[in-house]
Ligand binder design. Structure first.
Ligand code: 5GP
Ligand code: ZN
Length: 114
């Protein structure tokens, strides 16, 4: 755990969140500023600064994908379509330096995202 990291604090329960999924390695919670009717943040419990910090062959990314699929089915956004987003680095739109994916659904998405 990084004691200065917002998402590590959420994982530790030091900052409250509305959890929608949890297992030994992954936590998902509602985004505090939702950009779609469904907007969840999916994080590894282990701290990685960004996707660039994940070693080759680390199973965490596929695990997160599996969790995203499950959540999409559970929250009924799978059939209509949804978006899974990773922002990496400041110019990539990453504001919290703990690896996370956004699961967005419940509305039509635009492309390019801007
Ligand atoms: P990023 O911009 O790094 O890709 O995404 C960070 C996300 O975390 C943003 O969508 C933001 O709304 C969300 N967020 C920031 N602080 C909190 C918080 O304290 N609680 C929750 N649930 N989400 C947060
Ligand atoms: Zn962290």
């Amino acid at each position: 755990m990084d004691p200065d990291c917002l998402f590590c604090k959420i994982n530790a329960g030091e900052i409250p969140s509305t959890k929608v999924y949890e297992d030994d390695d992954v936590l998902a919670f509602k985004d505090i500023d939702p950009q779609a009717p469904i907007h969840f943040v999916i994080i590894p419990k282990k701290h990685y600064d960004s996707v660039l910090s994940v070693p080759a062959g680390d199973p965490i990314i596929s695990h997160i994908m599996t969790v995203a699929n499950r959540l999409a089915l559970k929250y009924d956004i799978a059939d209509a379509g949804f978006r899974l987003v990773n922002n990496c680095g400041a110019a990539g739109g990453q504001t919290v330096p703990h690896l996370h994916f956004h699961l967005l659904g419940g509305r039509d998405m635009q492309w390019p995202p801007g």
